[in-house]
Design a protein. Structure first.
Lengths: 279, 316
């Protein structure tokens, strides 16, 4: 029901609509792109290397003559895999922890908050880099690193409202009727947090795409020969003066992906929280 | 105020204690044998070399003892030595840190200074069409990948001003002009997203305050619009801006790590990425510890400044 309630205002807001279209395009490209892509992403054709957009290669080719359009479709796929896995991980760990902290109070609350304070003390990218450094650079380690870095976001997000809900009349009524902690948390608290969680998840996807591509750009994410947008941009830089297309389109793809989710989250926040209308 | 100062400082100390444990455990949590990985990345593995490196890193003692040695060392400014060169880690970091700090602080300063006029102008500009434009511009600004923006700047400079030195670094002491010229594009790259975020925040807090009763009172008693905006509105609207400065420094620092890579600047970013590639774990550890310490201190400072600026903050 939360989807139906939030979908309508988005369709009526030009920016919401734009965000929705961009996000759907990017998700569609990630899901259906690989089977539909015109070329194999690793197929080299040295004769057409570093060419600009043309009818056969829509976005041109890179330094090995690989088709950029196909590689970007695959790149969307690997970026979104990391973004969804990492944000999902942060949500699945963070939200229960936040609710647990609020619901139990006392020392579990204090310990959870302290640990989150420590995680938040690190600059985001630095902590992600540190985790990748110890696990070794790879796509899934990047996802794990971003997931861990994002846990405090969801703990803080859910703890505050859960704290208010805990003492509300209807929760007390449920408890008086004999509902156990599990039932209270899953049936009564969690559904009420769905809208804040939905907004934050969408925004977190947007920033996770940026962090993932930063890691890949630094060589700490998806490893070649698997295509990833950040790494494509980094490789293209060596040939920038000969042919800027690789870097240009790879970066544009990252921007589009991140922008789509951010617009969507931003408009969602407005529609789900009327106090913030239009800010 | 003193009580608040003490409480906040104690909090920061506690957080730093946690941070030190996390950073200390990093090298110990590496799956497999960290020493073998470090050696394997650079030379042939022999039992003697393994043992030598292990004892050099103090990995033979019980964990709490290791932590105690490491912590007391760190507090005296000794973060160990680089595995391969034997240079003290502190020395390597101190050579690189100033450049990253310069990038971060310059961008923060310029971002803050520009955000004020941009925020005010866009707050004036209020009709539905402009509303959408401002919003999409600011959101696009926030989601611009810095490494793409930097790369575009390099390409544009190459096309428009081929003699502009876009890459590399000259120390300020050797050639102040050349140094600043090379800093323009990196700083611009870091500033744009920051400016988008800050001016949007300022705009929304300006609009909030303009709707308040005391602004209506100020206008009703005949104050000029100038005084209403600058003395009554802006001063209050700047407060939320101060609170995000601490967080923004963290983002900027992360951004600087990436942007240094784009512009081939020898700062902390290059140091850390280089250290990771050659599995120089003590250097990675030391860099993360030192940068995070600076970050925590800046946040502490911002909180204290905020408490002085906003009399409503509780000092208890």
């Amino acid at each position: 029901m939360i989807l139906r309630r939030s979908l309508k205002p988005i369709l009526y807001n030009p920016l919401g609509l734009l965000g929705l279209i961009l996000s759907l395009l990017v998700v569609g490209a990630a899901l259906f792109g690989p089977p539909l892509s015109p070329f194999e992403p690793a197929k080299q054709d040295i004769l057409t290397r570093l060419s600009g957009p043309s009818p056969s290669h829509w976005l041109g080719t890179d330094q090995f003559g690989r088709d950029l359009f196909s590689r970007i479709l695959y790149g969307f796929c690997s970026s979104l895999e990391v973004a969804f896995v990492s944000v999902g991980l942060a949500l699945v760990i963070g939200a229960p922890l936040g609710i647990l902290a609020a619901y139990s109070g006392g020392w579990p609350d204090r310990i959870i908050l302290r640990v989150m304070d420590v995680l938040l003390a690190f600059p985001i990218i630095l902590l992600a880099i540190g985790i990748v450094a110890l696990l070794g650079p790879s796509q899934w380690n990047a996802a794990l690193a971003i997931g861990i870095v994002y846990v405090p976001i969801f703990v803080r997000l859910t703890r505050g409202p859960a704290l208010v809900l805990r003492t509300s009349d209807y929760i007390q009524a449920a408890q008086a009727l004999g509902a156990g902690a599990g039932r209270v948390v899953f049936r009564h608290i969690l559904p009420n947090l769905a809208s804040v969680i939905l907004v934050q998840t969408t925004l977190a996807l947007s920033t996770a795409i940026l962090v993932e591509s930063s890691l890949a750009f630094l060589g700490l994410g998806t490893q070649p020969p698997n295509p990833s947008l950040g790494q494509m941009l980094a490789e293209g830089r060596s040939y920038l003066t000969l042919s800027p297309w690789t870097s240009l389109f790879a970066g544009l793809a990252i921007l589009v992906a991140s922008l789509g989710f951010n617009l969507l989250g931003d408009v969602l926040r407005d529609t789900l929280d009327p106090r913030l209308q239009g800010r | 105020m003193l009580a608040y100062f003490l409480k906040r400082s104690l909090d920061a100390l506690l957080v730093m204690f946690g941070v030190s444990i996390v950073v200390f455990l990093m090298i110990r949590l590496i799956p497999g044998d960290a020493v073998e990985i470090m050696l394997g990345a650079n030379t042939e593995i022999t039992p003697e070399r393994l043992e030598a490196l292990r004892s050099k890193l103090g990995l033979n003692e019980p964990l709490p003892v290791q932590y105690w040695h490491w912590l007391t060392g760190a507090l005296r400014g000794n973060l160990g030595q680089s595995v391969w060169t034997g240079t003290p880690v502190t020395q390597e970091i101190l050579q690189r840190l100033p450049l990253t700090l310069e990038l971060t602080l310059l961008s923060l300063l310029i971002g803050l200074v520009l955000a004020i006029p941009v925020g005010i102008l866009t707050a004036y500009w209020r009709n539905s069409g402009a509303e959408y434009l401002i919003r999409i511009l600011s959101i696009t600004g926030v989601t611009l990948p810095s490494f793409w923006l930097g790369t575009l700047f390099i390409f544009l400079a190459f096309k428009l001003a081929p003699t502009w030195p876009t890459l590399g670094y000259v120390p300020f002491g050797e050639n102040p002009g050349g140094h600043l010229l090379r800093m323009i594009l990196p700083v611009l790259t870091l500033t744009l997203p920051l400016l988008a975020g800050l001016s949007r925040l300022l705009r929304s807090s300006l609009l909030d305050i303009l709707n308040q009763d005391f602004i209506r009172t100020a206008r009703a008693k005949g104050l000029s619009e100038r005084i209403v905006i600058y003395k009554h509105t802006l001063r209050n609207a700047l407060i939320p801006l101060v609170t995000v400065v601490g967080i923004q420094v963290g983002y900027l620092f992360g951004g600087a790590i990436v942007v240094e890579q784009v512009f081939a600047l020898p700062g902390m970013g290059r140091l850390i990425v280089g250290a990771i590639n050659e599995r120089n774990y003590p250097l990675v550890q030391g860099s993360i510890l030192l940068v995070t310490t600076v970050f925590v201190l800046i946040n502490l400072l911002v909180d204290l400044i905020y408490a002085r600026l906003d009399p409503r903050v509780e000092y208890a």
